[in-house]
Design a protein. Structure first.
Length: 309
């Protein structure tokens, strides 16, 4: 249907008056529906990436972002040429899509595991529970996620069944390191539901690989040496003298072990016993891990700052 409007009153040659009728031009206005639809489209696309894509971050950085920038430049040039409000609505839609997708990407660590668990938990539970009970007290598990690649490294996540729910405190405190029932270093533990967890291993570590290396290489003997501010020496928690320390270090050297060393009031000059203990360790030519805590729960890194083990 064509809309018309009477715009001008004209006169014919015989003096009669007539109305000049012209089609009504379409209204040119800024549409907010396009940006809204673009946001909804971004939500849909990111949900698909969260559920099915191996690495949504890489897909966004190397696929969506370049395509979005190209689309933005094209529609911006068209909008400048046409100089219509509807054209700028398209520009806003492209910008809204990219910003919405980027904002959702920031939530993937929470949204992605929840969505995947909602969709596939029944199948994953059945596969894990069907496994034989491990003889080495490890948790039953199955690989269910992974991301990264050659330029940056690989990360792998496993669904873990913890019948005693011992990982609940680890998940709440967001701790990382090594935990009972898991042979590898852990970056993060997320609780999916009671007794079920998503365990993300450190870069380039895989469960079966860690089990293999643990079987191939027995645990390295450790000698914990602590020197108090008043000169008292302890070896593995028991009082010791310089002579008994040297004997313990000699045995450790034969076993190719490692020394964990803690010194109370390390920022002071130290007593003569401190210098003697350090000299005994140096003479034994053993690898040493320095700790700033008496329970040896951290290690002094190359930069002089403590790191959790």
């Amino acid at each position: 249907m064509i809309l018309v409007q009477c715009t001008n009153l004209a006169h014919t040659a015989d003096g009669e008056s007539i109305w000049m009728i012209e089609p009504e031009a379409g209204r040119d206005h800024l549409s907010w529906r396009m940006p809204l639809y673009a946001v909804l489209c971004a939500v849909f696309v990111m949900i698909l990436l969260f559920v099915y894509d191996k690495d949504p971050v890489l897909s966004y950085l190397f696929l969506m972002l370049p395509a979005g920038c190209l689309a933005f430049l094209v529609v911006l040039v068209v909008a400048i040429i046409k100089r219509t409000r509807k054209s700028f609505s398209v520009v806003l839609a492209v910008v809204a899509f990219m910003f919405a997708a980027g904002a959702l990407l920031a939530t993937q660590n929470i949204v992605r595991p929840s969505l995947r668990w909602l969709l596939w938990s029944r199948r994953l539970k059945a596969e894990v529970l069907a496994q034989a009970t491990p003889v080495n007290e490890e948790f039953k598990h199955i690989e269910w996620d992974g991301w990264g690649g050659a330029p940056v490294g690989d990360w792998t996540a496993y669904v873990v069944f913890d019948p005693k729910d011992s990982l609940s405190l680890v998940a709440k405190s967001r701790s990382y390191g090594k935990f009972g029932g898991i042979p590898c270093n852990v970056d993060r533990v997320r609780r999916l539901e009671r007794n079920w967890y998503s365990v993300e291993l450190s870069m380039n570590e895989w469960w079966d690989q860690c089990v293999f290396f643990a079987q191939e290489k027995p645990a390295q003997p450790v000698l914990k040496v602590s020197v108090m501010a008043d000169g008292r020496i302890a070896v593995n928690g028991a009082p010791a003298t310089i002579q008994s320390l040297r004997e313990s270090l000699k045995k450790l050297s034969q076993q190719k072990g490692v020394v964990c060393y803690y010194r109370e009031a390390a920022n002071t000059e130290g007593s003569p016993e401190v210098k003697q203990a350090v000299q005994a360790i140096v003479d034994a030519r053993l690898p040493v891990r320095f700790s700033s805590r008496s329970d040896y729960s951290d290690v002094i890194g190359p930069d002089g700052k403590p790191m959790k083990q």
